[in-house]
Structure formats: C-alpha cells, structure tokens
Design a protein around this ligand. Structure first.
Ligand code: ZN
Length: 313
C-alpha cells in the first residue's frame, strides 16, 4: 500500500481529502499535536467526521506517528515519565479513531550506555501496554539512522526490546529505508535489499515488520545522518524501491513516503513508486562501485522517466 505522510491542518479527517486527490493507498498522520505536550480532548464530532471520511475513502490504511517529543530512553526521569504518559495518551487517541498501528522512534540515550537506555525503553513500553490492556493498537518502533545517541540503529537492539516485552504481540517494527542505509545496512539494489531482509528475518523475524517508510537518503552509507530526500535523488538508487513495491509479501504493509517537500516531492514519489510497481521493466541501478557522475545522471534520468508532474490546481 503506497501512501504518504499527510497534514491534518484543518481537522484530523483532512488527510482523506489528500488521499483521494493523490490516489494514496495509505496515509500517516499525527494523531495528537506534534510539538506540544498538551493534548486537547477530542470531541465526538471530530471522531465521527474522521470515521466517516475513513469509511468513504474506500479502504485507505491509516497509521499514526507518535510526536518526536516522546523519548522513552531519556536519562531524565521527569521526561521519561512524561513520555510514558504521552504514549498512553497516543494509544488511547488511536483507539478512539480505530487506528491499529502507531509508529514511534525508540528514543535517545543521552550520555549513558545504550543497554541501560534500552532497559528503560522496555520498562516504558511495558507500562504503556499494561495501562492500555483493552487496546489492540500496536506500537511500531522505527529503525533509526543512529544519529547522535539515538537508539534503534541495529536490528539487534529491536530484538533485545521485543524479547523483553511482556506483551510482545503489540510491538512491531517500521523499516525506514533512509535510516537503514544511513545506519549502515546496504539495501541498494534487489540483492542488497534481499540480504538485509534476510538479516532482519534472522535477528528479529520478518513478521515483526508491519510498515515501511520509503525515503531516499541524502547522505552515504553509514553516515548516521537522518536526511530524507526525493526518491532517485539520493544515494539509494531506484532498484531497491522497485524491489519493495513489487514484493508480494510486503504489498499488504503500509509504505509511507516522508518527503521533506510535502507537495511536489511527495506527489512525485507516489507517482514514481506506483509506476515502478506496475512496470514490467526491471530497473537496474549502476553498480555502486562503478557509479560515475555520468551514471548518476542516467540514474536520475531513469527516475524522471517514471515521473509525472504535480497537476496544477
Ligand atoms: Zn521515517
């Protein structure tokens, strides 16, 4: 299911209008205000409008994104407890809107050892899950680029978390292609992607993957920099994206574009991914080691071949 991060300015249900206009099969939204700790109570009318717009959307999948404020790995106990409370609030808000999956960054550990912070993440997740026992909303932890002291840059860390959660059923993983690559997993090309998927399968189990974020990376392999860019304009090439969108096994999962250019860039990415999915031609990136500036140009041409422009409205 190919889709995009969409804005909810003007109402939580507004994302469905964009889904219709752009032909999105899934959308990702912030369920609560993304930059503040205060969460106003949602009124019954806005819940009704959301559920009605969803029903009329004809099967668009919806995932929520937990605000970046939430940090279960924080060495600051006040921030940690605030983060647990907010996560509980996110789960309850998702439940109200019948959203089954919310995506969350595992957190950052500050100056202390990663293992200690991971243990605290586990405590926080266990608490949030036990305080929302009646909910069936899953928390999908997102793979991270490993910038600064961020947690979640290796599959082993996710395996450690999922093994120690009391109700592991409600924990899944969202694979962000830009972050995987920036953290050092070389997913380029069909071969690279399938190798990395094998690795995640061995360490974590493929069934834990519940969503994808499809983003190109502005920085090279292992750079540990979290900078998304338009697909085909970064270091990933487009072969990997075709491998993902043409995979039958993954086709049921939400695949969300998080392009920093939320208009033209996102629309072009959606169009490109759909064309790659439908195309009978297998795209092939130049070998990374042989990639010259001319080949990079050709690669970009190839990506552009699949693009249409955003229609003027
Ligand atoms: Zn992401």
């Amino acid at each position: 299911m190919i889709g995009s991060n969409v804005s909810t300015v003007g109402g939580i249900d507004k994302g469905f209008i964009q889904a219709k206009e752009w032909g999105l099969e899934c959308i990702q939204i912030y369920i609560t205000p993304s930059r503040t700790w205060t969460v106003p109570k949602r009124d019954a009318k806005s819940i009704h409008n959301f559920l009605q717009a969803w029903q009329e959307s004809g099967g668009v999948a919806v995932v929520g994104h937990v605000p970046f404020l939430v940090n279960l790995g924080s060495p600051n106990p006040v921030l940690f407890h605030k983060s647990v409370d907010r996560l509980v609030c996110e789960i309850n808000s998702a439940e109200e809107l019948r959203i089954r999956n919310i995506i969350m960054h595992p957190g950052a550990c500050g100056g202390r050892p990663i293992e200690q912070a991971l243990d605290q993440v586990i405590v926080g997740l266990n608490e949030a899950i036990s305080r929302t026992k009646c909910s069936s909303t899953n928390i999908l932890l997102e793979t991270m680029a490993g910038q600064g002291r961020t947690l979640g840059a290796t599959f082993e860390q996710f395996a450690y978390i999922t093994e120690h959660i009391e109700d592991g059923e409600r924990i899944g993983v969202c694979c962000d292609t830009c972050h995987l690559y920036a953290s050092g997993y070389d997913i380029r090309g069909r071969t690279g992607f399938s190798k990395v998927m094998h690795e995640i399968g061995n360490v974590l189990g493929m069934t834990k993957i519940k969503a994808f974020h499809l983003n190109d990376s502005k920085h090279p392999l292992g750079s540990h920099k979290d900078k998304h860019c338009t697909i085909g304009k970064g270091f990933l090439g487009i072969e990997v994206f075709q491998a993902i969108v043409q995979s039958e096994a993954l086709s049921v999962l939400p695949m969300v574009i998080e392009n920093p250019d939320r208009d033209c860039g996102s629309y072009n990415d959606v169009t490109l991914l759909k064309e790659l999915r439908e195309s009978r031609d297998r795209v092939k990136d130049p070998e990374p080691t042989e990639r010259t500036s001319l080949q990079t140009e050709l690669l970009l041409d190839d990506a552009c071949r699949f693009r249409r422009r955003l229609p003027r409205s």
